[in-house]
Design a protein around this ligand. Sequence first.
Ligand code: UT7
Length: 367
Amino acid sequence: MPYAHITGWGMAVPEAVLTNDDLSKIVDTNDAWIRERTGIRERRVARENEFPSTLGVEASFKALQVANVRPTDLDLIICTTSSPEYIFPATACLIQDQLGATKAGAFDLLAACTGFIFAMNMAAQAIRSGSIKTALVVGSETLSRFIDWKDRTTCILFGDGAGAFVLQASDKPGGVLSAVMHSDGSGGDSLSLPGGGSRFPATEATVHEGKHYIQMDGKEVFRFATRVMASATQEAVDAAGLTLDQIRWIVPHQANIRIIDAAARGLKLPMERFVVNIDRYGNTSTASIPIAMVEAVEKGQIQAGDKLVMVGFGAGLTWGALAAEWTGPIPSKGHIRPEQYRLFGRLRSLVRRTIRFIEGLLYRREL
Ligand code: UT7
């Protein structure tokens, strides 16, 4: 049975930085409160021309370059997002088109902030089963578009960004070792975006009632998170046949430093074993785990041979964890040039659209 190795990684965040001081000019809050209660100092906010697909494509090209994998070699693209560009088409299809990933099936997976763990597990299982060889998992969010900037309990938390991993089949043991996925829909009300779906399609009333903004019972989510982070981590470690002392790094969802701290206490592990970058990006939802991973790898914290656990929780409610052995890129010849593929992707998309247009004209003449 092939193993599913993580062989490429990349991240992309908007340039625009929104500090706590900036927020204190919009709502009744202050830097000291936000830092003390959440650990956040600043977050990135997408500009008008930045979307989950554009950030996701940037992160993906970087991941493909690290793995030295051509977009045309991808069999599968899963985009995990709670701020999809449209209800449909899937953001994964927009990314597939912009990458020029001609062979890949592409779909979105929505498990809120736990999405990246669920998507990684799905991609790894597809590789383990032998049905595909190469997958791209993208976590990308522009949740800032769904924030009520008058609500100080949510607008201080979230930030925008994207992270992407390439997974490849290999006979060498390692890569994704285990994963656990959990859900409890009875807690769906505690964190939701009620408007814009088929229950509350956009109307004047839904806009007026604020149904298109994130709604959150912060305390309830906090209690739930502190309950599940340690237990899910332990479950994934057990499922991999490992013990906690064999795990070099825990990469938690970056929602609140106090939640990470509670998980560390629950597992009786020092905070130094946790990868933390919430201070600079806030909660980027499903993108927070890959962004934290990419920074830790690039800083040389996570190294080949390290065993680690990614653990997250979020709306749904959902929670889960994934244990992996970090290996790095599979040695290969030549170097892919993202710029070349970016151009190829654009040209291919244009040609496909033109062919579809001509086919439409011919079809009309035939009728
Ligand atoms: O990916 C999952 C996404 N969601 C989460 O992870 C959310 C989890 N929950 C949390 O992180 C925390 O519950 C929050 C950060 C949202 C809130 O922190 P808290 O320690 O639970 O604060 P609180 O709601 O108990 O509020 C304490 C006080 C209140 O004032 P009073 O009633 O004690 O006078 C709030 O009105 O702090 C006040 N407050 C604020 N003050 C300044 C609430 N938000 C703010 C604010 N700035 N932004």
